[in-house]
Design a protein around this ligand. Structure first.
Ligand code: 26Q
Length: 834
């Protein structure tokens, strides 16, 4: 009897699909019917609602869980393949990510748009309805964070074994509102109603320690060893958010760490009856991952930020080692198996943490651990500005990471020995290149990165060259082979296919397939269409529809009517003096004066958006000035049929998706040599806007790709800026140019703010007495370039022709290209898919 029972079971088992079959062949989502069935199940089983009574928010959740479910198949399959074939993996460490909203992206990537729309029809819901309920993870400040997210879109789409690590900030970048012309900041808690795309991995937890002291002891081999005995401990818990690839089965994930109190560690306080203190300590520990620092260049230098940086990289490095040890045991193999990339210096401590773990926890010799680290790490620099260079006081190390400071001293000693050999007798070099700034008693994080990385790259040709010529020149002389360039890129999936579906449709129809979405060089096929009337007509129509959408949005938020026939002249990015939003302002006032004096100018709608760091007074003052000017101009009957100025509050990825496709003109006007790359410049151009810009960052390469006839370049070149630095006199330009003088005098006299005429005195003073970013030197050339822009816009077919050439030649700026470069030249990675 027993035997036959077993037999029945076995034969039943045969009929049952294996878990692999289920994992690898999920056909449910291939039809509208299948999607609908799944959706109703998710609604009942996960959301817990009756589909009959579900509201839009419920449907948003059900669709999101369905997508998460679908993507987890792809993610798990990709992860399994990586392990099975022992692929080298790249781990990207970044303090910031800006993925934008995920719902629409996941739907497009899963090729589910039409099935899902059909499935939702019965419930009278559209995908647009659902998007409104999705919170936006604003886990970054700007360019650097968005770059990381573009790269991961490319990594997932092309099947590279890459994994992202960061922090699950509870509060993302503040929400900006403009009140009486001023920026006000509000907390942005994107997790209030939960985030349906994440998986909490409560089993994936690592201890994180701070403080205490380093003790010496004699180990079993009779050698002196050092050990860190920390005083404070907390935990990092993993949360994974899937990253989908476009119409492919490959996928990856973003692993974000959240801080938790270490309950065991607090037990003492409980036992001694100090309950309140124990709970306080818990809140204190958990505050570590609470909030993203809103600075994007000047460093606040807060201890909490330092702790965040260590928290994030310590958890990540522990996780990387755990993953490595699942299939390997010899740490000498680490450089062949693992590549760790540092997104700027913010995760530098990962280097020291890896060495510490190898030496203190796995018994390696310091020199071996140090050699292994140099085979593993690579570093991207994103800025040359001295004030943005990260350094941390030695006292902070002593207090919080004493063992890490030991290791940094070891590295520095080893490095200084090498400097002595390379530059014999040059004592100055020793102090210039030391990882420790002796005068200030601070650790120089960028130097630590350079010394520890096999590759160091800048983010545009110009920036990479300047890196070698200026701030890192000593290091370049020592390690020329380490320095390289990888020009930034942006994903055409989000920035064209998703943000500008009509343009995407036109391109697909014209080229004959949608292969360009993953192979952007195919856009060159459009070059033949630049003077084909039927094509340019459609292109202009699409631009006009996108402008209509932005105009409606402007009407909604400000109740301002803007004319979609006017030129949409747009500058959106963080507000910073070096980015020169003020130069844009000088031009706006010039236009205002010219119109008032009776000149007939091209009609323009000038749009500006961006956030200022809350403590950056001058940047906030610039925002206020723009808004004061906007009120005056928009209400002035004499000019407002020729000129409108609009400040769009709370710029973020979603807003960018509405604003950028609507632009005719893209403003990229930083002082030459200061914008490392820029990526907004690429987004605009890919959407058919023409650029007015300086020869800075990636603008230089954009000019090369589209040709100088199809871009409006003005201003001093980098060498000219350097030449003039020492004897620059802004008053010379003020005295010489009466139009400029009038503009500055208007700002200074309170023309735009008669209720408080002193308000912008600081701005005028800084322009006339220092003008650090040489606005006055570039003013005349900027205004002349703007005149050329006007003339060109008046000839719409010429404009359209240039617009097509811009789009057609943007292939180089696909993040697919940047990632392929990193993979080949820096990470040494192979794709897991053919
Ligand atoms: C560091 C320490 C403490 C607090 C804040 C920071 C911090 C945070 C963010 C410093 C810098 C950033 C962000 C920098 C950034 O976004 N840089 C931009 O990176 C882009 C991608 O490479 C470039 O295109 C831009 O040119 C560059 O400005």
């Amino acid at each position: 009897m027993v035997i036959s029972k077993t037999r029945i079971k076995k034969s039943e088992n045969k009929k049952m699909k294996s878990s692999d079959d289920i994992m690898y062949a999920d056909a449910r989502y291939k039809t509208a019917e299948g999607v609908k069935e799944s959706l109703v199940r998710y609604m009942m089983q996960v959301v817990g609602r009756d589909p009959k009574f579900a509201d839009k928010n419920d449907w948003y959740k059900a669709v999101s869980y369905l997508l998460r479910g679908y993507l987890s198949h792809n993610y798990l399959k990709s992860a399994r393949n990586e392990v099975k074939d022992d692929y080298k993996r790249m781990y990207y460490l970044s303090m910031e990510y800006l993925p934008g909203k995920n719902l629409r992206k996941f739907i497009i990537d899963a090729d589910m748009e039409s099935n899902l729309n059909q499935a939702l029809e019965e419930f009278k819901i559209s995908i647009d309805d659902l998007e409104e309920f999705e919170p936006e993870p604003a886990l970054g400040n700007g360019g650097l964070g968005r770059l990381a997210s573009c790269f991961f879109d490319s990594i997932a789409t092309h099947g590279y074994p890459g994994h992202a690590y960061g922090i699950r900030y509870e509060y993302g970048l503040f929400r900006q509102s403009i009140e009486n012309g001023e920026q006000k900041e509000y907390p942005e808690n994107w997790l209030t109603h939960g985030y349906p795309f994440e998986f909490e991995r409560s089993e994936l937890v690592y201890p994180i320690s701070f403080g205490g002291e380093v003790v010496k002891f004699i180990n079993n081999d009779g050698k002196e060893q050092r050990q860190w005995e920390p005083a404070e401990r907390l935990k990092a818990v993993a949360f994974d958010i899937p990253v989908s690839g476009y119409k492919t089965e490959s996928a990856t994930s973003m692993r974000l760490w959240s801080a938790r109190a270490d309950s065991d560690f607090n037990l003492d306080s409980f036992n001694t009856g100090n309950y309140i203190d124990a709970v306080k300590e818990k809140t204190n520990s958990e505050s570590l991952s609470k909030v993203l620092y809103p600075e994007d260049s000047t460093l606040a230098g807060q201890v909490l930020r330092f702790k965040q940086e260590y928290f994030s990289v310590s958890a990540s490095v522990q996780d990387i080692i755990r993953r490595f040890l699942r299939t390997h045991s010899d740490f000498n193999e680490l450089p062949e198996e693992v590549s760790i990339h540092l997104n700027d210096t913010h995760p530098t401590l990962a280097i020291v943490e890896l060495i510490r773990i190898l030496v203190d926890e796995h018994g390696l010799h310091m020199n071996d651990a140090w050699r292994i680290a140099q085979g593993v790490f690579s570093y991207t620099n994103h800025t040359l500005m001295a004030e943005a260079m990260e350094t941390w006081p030695i006292s902070v190390f002593e207090e919080l990471l004493p063992r890490h400071l030991d290791i940094i001293y070891y590295i520095n000693q080893d490095f200084m020995d090498r400097v002595k050999v390379r530059f014999p007798g040059d004592l100055e070099k020793l102090s210039q290149m030391s990882l420790i700034d002796d005068a200030d008693r601070r650790v120089r994080m960028a130097f630590l990165c350079i010394v520890s990385s096999h590759h160091i790259n800048g983010v545009s040709e110009l920036h990479s060259q300047l890196m070698k010529d200026s701030i890192f020149n000593n290091f370049y002389q020592m390690f020329p082979e380490r320095f390289t360039n990888v020009t930034n890129g942006i994903t055409p999936r989000r920035w064209v296919r998703q943000a500008n579906p009509k343009l995407a449709g036109l391109i697909t129809k014209t080229i004959g397939s949608d292969n360009w979405v993953t192979n952007l060089d195919l856009l060159t096929g459009l070059n033949n269409y630049s003077s084909k009337k039927s094509f340019t007509k459609e292109l202009l129509k699409i631009k006009s529809q996108n402008k209509e959408r932005l105009a409606n949005y402007i009407k909604e938020i400000w109740d301002i009517d803007v004319d979609t026939n006017s030129m949409f002249d747009i500058q959106v990015k963080r507000i910073h003096e070096y980015k020169r939003q003020l130069l844009n302002v000088l031009h706006i006032i010039t236009r205002y004066n010219r119109i008032k004096s009776g000149q007939d100018l091209t009609k323009r709608t000038i749009v500006i958006a961006g956030k200022a760091a809350p403590a950056y007074k001058q940047a906030k003052l610039i925002i206020r000035l723009i808004n004061d000017i906007a009120v005056l101009i928009n209400n002035n009957e004499e000019v407002n049929n020729k000129l409108k100025v609009v400040y769009i509050p709370d710029y973020n990825v979603s807003k960018a998706q509405i604003i950028i496709p609507a632009a005719d003109l893209s403003e990229q006007i930083s002082l030459a040599g200061l914008e490392a790359s820029g990526t907004g410049n690429m987004k605009f151009s890919m959407n058919g806007a023409l650029t007015i810009g300086t020869m800075d960052g990636a603008n230089v390469e954009i000019a090369n790709c589209v040709g100088e006839d199809n871009i409006f370049i003005f201003g001093l070149r980098t060498p000219e800026v350097a030449d003039r630095k020492n004897d620059y006199d802004p008053r010379y330009y003020y005295d010489k140019n009466s139009e400029l003088r009038e503009v500055i005098d208007m700002i200074g006299s309170g023309y735009f703010n008669p209720e408080n005429p002193e308000r912008y005195q600081d701005i005028v003073n800084s322009l006339l007495n220092e003008d650090k970013y040489m606005l006055l030197a570039d003013y005349e050339s900027y205004v002349q370039a703007q005149e050329k822009v006007d003339a060109c816009f008046e000839n719409q077919s010429e404009w359209a022709n240039k617009s097509v050439i811009n789009i057609a030649n943007m292939g180089f700026f696909s993040s697919d290209n940047s990632v392929a470069n990193y993979a080949k030249n820096i990470w040494n990675l192979k794709k897991t898919k053919k």
